[in-house]
Design a protein around this ligand. Structure first.
Ligand code: FES
Ligand SMILES: [Fe+2]
Length: 348
């Protein structure tokens, strides 16, 4: 079946779906937990280091043992739950993790190396019964991907279009050049929709993103089960590839290998956190702040729009007709409906 005709039969989400506390609490289990999340650039985690951060309110610890690939754990000592590293510390060079509460010591592979005063536990003590709680973790495209549930969809499936279309660009070694985080006063779905919306670019970003993407007649689309692509010819040769991926992730590849990662993480019903990370070859470092400023210019144009839409959606909006240039929104919303369950959306 023609993918566009198929999407036509599934309309936009109703406006109240952006303001439903019931849907928001189900999103975590039914939607976000099915996917992998790019939490860091692998250059942030050299062998013999740890990095604490959080994802959807969960404390996460990334580690990179000297003799193996990066790992992900809950940042929580199995003894009494204290965090093993402080997220404010950033990347910390270490060979082992010593809990600051009672001194249990772990390897960077999560194995408990020693408890404290082990002979005096009231029952026999087995170190092997107390590893750090591990999370699925993979490195792909210079990014460290982590899942919160034990059974996410395969990462290769989530990134199938990226693998097919970016090809060797995906595997090009990159370092983190710049990053920025900002709160937006809108539901994450409005921000994700907006970044999948190719109908507004010529109007709302005439001197920024539209210049990068060029005339609408040259837009090339591909949709897969979990991902969407808008490819546009780039003035420097090759194509500018804009991937919109479930759950709320956008990967923008320039033909020279630069990669912008943009995510909209849910906070509360009316707010989300926009994370931007810019990656590329280390020699691009001197121009990184100018590049970030460029990206932030069009994202600021979007901020006024998504925050205004948040107010409009709250006043009884019935969404207008779907346009061909909004097919990436329709694809991601059809996937959202499928994973969340139509019956939950109908009854929320
Ligand atoms: S909480 Fe970590 S050793 Fe007790
Ligand atoms: Fe935009």
């Amino acid at each position: 079946m023609d993918p566009l005709a198929d999407l036509q039969s599934r309309p936009f989400l109703p406006a109240w779906a952006y303001r439903s506390a019931r849907l928001a609490s189900a999103e975590r289990q039914r939607y976000a937990n099915r996917f992998w999340h790019p939490l860091a650039c692998s250059s942030q985690l050299p062998p013999g280091s740890c990095l604490a951060l959080s994802l959807l309110g969960q404390p996460i610890l990334l580690s990179h043992p000297l003799d193996g690939p990066p790992r992900a754990f809950l940042n929580r000592c199995p003894h009494r739950g204290v965090a093993l590293q402080d997220p404010a510390a950033g990347t910390v060079a270490c060979r082992r993790l010593v809990c600051r509460y009672h001194g249990w010591t772990y390897g960077l592979d999560g194995v408990l190396l020693a408890g404290a005063r082990e002979a005096d536990f009231l029952e026999p003590f087995e170190r092997s019964a107390w590893p750090l709680p591990a999370l699925p973790c993979q490195v792909l495209g210079s990014l460290i991907w982590v899942a919160l549930a034990p059974d996410p969809i395969p990462l290769a499936g989530q990134l199938d279009l990226v693998r097919e279309e970016a090809g060797p660009l995906l595997d090009q070694p990159r370092v983190l050049l710049a990053r920025a985080t900002q709160e937006l006063a809108c539901n994450w779905k409005i921000a994700h929709d907006n970044t999948l919306d190719d109908y507004h670019v010529a109007i709302a970003h005439p001197t920024t993103l539209h210049r990068e993407q060029g005339p609408v007649r040259h837009y090339r689309y591909r949709l897969s089960r979990y991902a969407t692509l808008l490819a546009t010819p780039h003035p420097a040769g090759g194509e500018f590839l804009t991937f919109g991926l479930a759950p709320w992730t956008h990967l923008l590849f320039w033909p020279d290998g630069r990669l912008a990662l943009i995510q909209f993480l849910p906070k509360d019903l009316g707010h989300c956190q926009m994370d931007v990370a810019l990656l590329g070859r280390p020699e691009l470092e001197p121009g990184a702040q100018a590049w970030l400023a460029e990206i932030q210019t069009f994202l600021a144009e979007d901020q006024t729009l998504v925050e205004a839409a948040q107010i409009g959606y709250g006043s009884g909006l019935v969404p207008g007709p779907a346009h061909r240039l909004e097919q990436r929104i329709l694809q991601q919303q059809a996937l959202y409906r499928e994973l969340m369950g139509d019956e939950l959306i109908a009854s929320s």
